[in-house]
Design a protein around this ligand. Structure first.
Ligand SMILES: [Zn+2]
Length: 558
């Protein structure tokens, strides 16, 4: 048998231990029986001397359901249960039998049973008092009030069976589907231990340990850009992924476009001095025809992607605007910052709504456009607001200030960058509202780092660092799977390609951008493009041509 590779100590041989061996045989007999191999189950039971309790239990259960108490007592007596269990279950049978006698107004028999069986065996005196008190009841309703339960004979008997099954213990009865559960647990453990785990829905085989192929996360630089004359603070892919926008600390905006005729993305528009103060956030409208920017100059601006012209300047904010974003599924966008309110706008730049809000460092929105995540600027919390009700419905609370946050595409995870004495990323599970993983980052508390959740099933966490490196983690593991080195100063912003989970772009204080791809994409190109794509990668097929062209050009440059 192949040893289980994740265990550090030798795998104990189950068959060396008599108890384990017995349990294993029992599980196998029940598993065969559950799978319909009745004859094999019986043969194995005979050969291994495992008693199949199931049949006698079924008979016992049927006897209780029919209320044939004498037969049920006889079955219990003949069972191989220890005396203590037999006594306990006999008491439970008598208790139900007694309640039924009183319900049928058979008082003398009830009284006799109470005296002979319940008084000497009832474990709690309070319970006994209650049971005795129903002797005085003249109808079902009074009994129900005393026992504080609805009385229905089939239901009463079902409850009795379920109590007995709960108390009977695995030694005498293998719980249903036990073999299945153990296998499932082993598979889950292997998947959780898998450093590169990608496909949660894929069925792992049983004959080999599960391991996903490495090399499908962005890990290789394949295109660097030097055209910026200033530190780059923001980068963002368009919704289709065929363009991206960059913004420098000197308020210059560049729009880049990939097209089929050229290998590298071409500069489409360069617009200088787009705001009078820092640009804090940038977003694309759903059809990628406009770009919205939010600035410390207290305005939100709308730009035409085609002409690069300023279309509108929105002046309603009284303070610094930190964030602007489109509300998915609507024709509205929302902006917020250090004002005590956030504003909902329509595409003409008219205020649709003004919602009271704490000062926000950043805004995020769920993919259905229903929930807004307000990263608070003056307290360490993310308030979760229902946009329809315009009310806070939940919150994620940290101990230290939250510098920035990111939401996974499936809205299941929130990543917070928390800066206190140490700088950490916390991954929150938004179904359980608990931190499921902590990742160490190194940065000064004043520095806002580029962070992102990416990958086909949101399995990768990426974070730029002050030293110019980018760490990439698999969501389940605290140790990074790769540390990327191509920048030599703080990485301010990261943007994952919207359709290609093996590609992201980074922007740095060193005035450069870098597009990162997976080793798989790079190798595929090196091997002459004739590699068959596995099924799970088919969805990125359409982006591959684009990537390969880029790789070509990158390698020519190198
Ligand atoms: Zn895996």
């Amino acid at each position: 048998m192949r040893p289980f590779k994740h265990f550090h100590s030798p795998v104990p041989d189950l068959l060396q231990n008599d108890r384990r061996k017995d349990e294993l045989m029992k599980m196998m007999v029940y598993a065969l029986d559950e799978m319909g191999y009745k004859l094999s189950a019986q043969k194995l039971a005979d050969e291994s001397s495992v008693k199949i309790e199931k049949d006698s239990l079924k008979i016992f259960e049927a006897q209780i359901a029919e209320g044939v108490w004498d037969q049920a007592f006889q079955t219990l007596k003949e069972s191989n249960l220890p005396e203590e269990k037999k006594k306990r279950f006999a008491y439970l049978l008598n208790e139900t039998k007694y309640i039924e006698l009183i319900m049928h107004q058979k008082y003398p028999e009830g009284l006799e049973l109470l005296r002979s069986e319940l008084v000497p065996n009832c474990p709690e005196s309070e319970k006994l008092k209650t049971l005795a008190s129903i002797l005085m009841c003249s109808n079902k309703q009074e009994i129900e009030e005393k026992l504080e339960t609805k009385l229905d004979i089939p239901e009463l008997r079902k409850q009795l069976v379920s109590t007995i099954y709960k108390e009977i213990g695995s030694k005498y009865m293998s719980p249903a589907n036990r073999f299945n559960k153990i296998i499932q647990q082993a598979l889950s453990y292997q998947e959780l231990s898998c450093k590169y785990h990608l496909n949660p829905d894929e069925n792992s085989g049983l004959l080999e340990d599960h391991i996903c192929q490495p090399g499908l996360y962005p890990s290789k630089p394949y295109l660097g850009f030097l055209e910026h004359s200033d530190e780059i603070s923001l980068v963002k892919f368009s919704n289709k992924g065929n363009m991206f926008v960059t913004i420098t600390k000197g308020c210059e905006m560049c729009i880049w476009e990939f097209n089929s005729h050229s290998a590298a993305p071409k500069l489409k528009k360069r617009i200088t001095k787009i705001h009078n103060k820092d640009v804090n956030n940038v977003t694309w409208c759903p059809n990628d025809q406009k770009i919205l920017t939010a600035s410390s100059d207290k305005t939100v601006r709308i730009w035409s992607v085609e002409t690069g012209n300023l279309l509108l300047t929105l002046h309603s904010h009284l303070e610094v605007v930190r964030s602007v974003l489109w509300i998915p599924g609507t024709s509205h966008f929302i902006s917020g910052g250090l004002d005590p309110f956030i504003i909902v706008w329509n595409t003409r730049g008219e205020e649709v709504n003004r919602i009271n809000s704490p000062k926000v460092a950043e805004l995020l929105v769920s993919s259905d456009g229903k929930k807004l995540f307000l990263v608070c600027a003056s307290s360490p919390k993310v308030a979760i607001v229902d946009l329809l009700q315009q009310a806070e419905i939940d919150q994620v609370r940290e101990r230290n200030p939250i510098k920035t946050a990111a939401l996974s595409k499936d809205d299941k995870f929130l990543l917070t960058h928390v800066t206190g004495l140490t700088s950490e990323l916390h991954l929150w599970n938004l179904e359980k509202y608990e931190i499921v993983q902590v990742y160490d980052v190194h940065s000064h508390p004043s520095i806002k780092l580029g962070i992102s959740i990416g990958g086909a099933t949101n399995e990768y966490i990426a974070c730029g660092n002050e030293d110019g490196t980018i760490k990439v983690w698999h969501r389940n593991h605290a140790d990074p799977i790769v540390v990327l080195q191509n920048h030599n100063s703080t990485v301010n912003s990261l943007s994952w390609h919207p359709n290609n989970p093996q590609m992201f772009i980074s922007a740095s204080d060193d005035k450069t951008l870098c597009i990162w791809v997976s080793e798989y994409l790079l190798n595929r190109h090196k091997n002459g493009l004739s590699v068959n794509l596995s099924q799970d990668l088919m969805k990125v097929e359409e982006n591959l041509a684009l990537c390969e062209n880029l790789i070509c050009e990158f390698e020519e440059e190198v």
